[in-house]
Design a protein around this ligand. Structure first.
Ligand code: ACO
Length: 427
């Protein structure tokens, strides 16, 4: 194959280099196209635009493949812990025992959040959406940890990374406890990373905390499955904010806001709200299937379809199994789940969904597990953020180490051409 692509405009030809990725993906490097031709490329929603070269995550939406640093998501979910996956994503290799222990200890050292942060938390109404609270608290961490902003060495980067891995779960737990009206917890250094998170979140003030291995295992898997997904909306946000050298915590706060939306991380909350609404309305799944297919109705079946997975979402397969295990182990009987199963079955057989390759995505099942674990619906996206944290960090670190330029897209202006100003009396 030729190693250049030719673009011809008005009879003039421009040669653009062709790059090949390690999985044989092909990209045309158009970075010098505008300077050569004065012409830009337009691609709303970036459906066809690569924003970077990355070594972190590979996914093939057509084949349903997802790999972190070359390891398949199926194997990682089965055999690795979330903390191992954090290390793998951020530093590129699975840690040996010594590296893992040091990493965990460094994180433990940094897991105290300044007590004054509680005052910020207290300022929020109890009804505040936890994603807004989490984003604000993550931003506020900058003020309490100013040394984490300007990271000019790998050592400074490492310190900022273990700091956020230590403090973020505390913020997540406090956000949850604020909603419940429970006192804030600092957890237990002796526990595993995920077990400690569960304790910080779920420990009742008047009861000894006992961890359930099925719950910890399901949480571990969910966090691993959400840990990275290459250049999605929130990750691109983290990279683009980070490209201005705004600092890790500020970049993460922006990523959290991006994840909040119902078309992205907010979908798991939207799934349960949709199922509840269907139940309230008499449980008629066929009616809602009809609404989803009606082009004049804005309703979409939440938890179905994916921007890149057009055959199946490999994470959904793994988590469906986990959902079944959690539900049967906890003995959960929930009418919402029957509605979910009904919708799943109907959509998988319906030509509208089959033709458009719309399958249940990871959020369809993760919402069901979180609900079984008694996690309030509004906290679902917070759990997603907790899982995505190492991916965001890894992408930010890669972007900084590669010294990527500041992100600055172009536009095709379609507004008024120049027009004279009219004074207010003449308008
Ligand atoms: N329900 C009904 N119809 C749908 C759905 C849905 N959930 N998703 C897509 N479609 C239809 C569209 O109307 C469109 O139909 P058309 O070709 O007749 O116009 C076709 O399928 C293609 O849809 P697009 O919006 O072009 O697909 P895109 O790749 O842009 O969108 C998205 C993907 C945003 C995920 C979409 O499927 C959706 O809104 N799903 C529901 C929300 C959701 O579950 N989001 C979670 C994504 S996973 C994550 O963020 C971790």
């Amino acid at each position: 194959m030729s190693n250049t692509a030719t673009i011809e405009i008005n009879g003039k030809k421009y040669e653009m280099p062709i790059l090949t990725g390690t999985e044989n993906e092909i990209a045309i490097d158009i970075s010098s196209f505008r300077s050569q031709s004065g012409v830009i490329t337009l691609d709303q929603g970036y459906k066809n635009t690569g924003s970077c070269e990355s070594e972190i995550t590979f996914l093939d939406g057509e084949k349903g493949i997802l790999r972190y640093r070359g390891y398949s998501i199926e194997e990682l979910a089965e055999k690795a812990s979330f903390l191992e996956v954090c290390y793998l994503l951020i530093f590129g290799e699975l840690p040996n025992k010594v590296q893992l222990e040091k990493f965990h200890n460094d994180i433990r050292e940094q897991s105290i959040v300044a007590d004054d942060m509680k005052k910020i938390l207290d300022g929020f109404p109890q009804s505040a959406h936890p994603m807004g609270v989490l984003s604000s608290l993550t931003s506020a961490l900058v003020a309490f940890n100013p040394s984490s902003v300007q990271v000019s060495s790998e050592e400074a980067m490492y310190k900022a990374i273990v700091k956020i891995l230590g403090k973020f779960p505390v913020l997540v737990a406090w956000t949850h406890r604020k909603r419940l009206g429970y006192p804030y917890e600092y957890g237990d250094e002796d526990l595993g990373y995920v077990e400690n998170i569960a304790k910080m979140m779920f420990k009742k003030p008047n009861k000894e905390y006992k961890s359930n291995p099925v719950v910890i295992d399901a949480l571990d898997k969910l966090l691993i499955l959400h840990a990275d997904h290459e250049q999605n909306c929130s990750t691109s946000t983290v990279r683009i904010v980070g490209s201005s050298h705004a600092g890790l915590f500020a970049s993460l706060a922006a990523g959290i806001s991006a994840l909040w939306g119902p078309l992205h991380g907010g979908a798991n909350q939207a799934v349960i709200e949709m199922l509840e609404a269907i139940k309230e309305d008499g449980g008629d799944t066929k009616k809602y299937m009809g609404k989803a297919k009606d082009k004049d109705d804005p309703f979409r079946l939440m938890g179905f379809g994916h921007r890149v997975y057009k055959n199946f979402d490999p994470r959904a397969k793994i988590i469906k199994k986990s959902a079944d295990e959690v539900l049967s182990s906890l003995g959960i009987v929930d009418p919402i789940l029957d509605i979910a199963k009904g919708l799943e079955k109907e959509a998988l057989e319906d030509p509208y969904f089959v033709d458009r390759k719309l399958y249940p995505n990871v959020d369809f099942y993760s919402g069901i597990i979180y609900r079984a674990l008694n996690i309030p619906t509004e906290m679902f996206t917070v759990m997603f953020a907790l899982g995505r944290l190492p991916g965001w960090i890894a992408q930010w670190r890669e972007m900084r180490l590669k010294k990527e330029p500041i992100g600055r897209p172009r536009q095709l202006y379609q507004g008024y051409t120049h027009r004279p100003f009219k004074s207010v009396d003449d308008r």
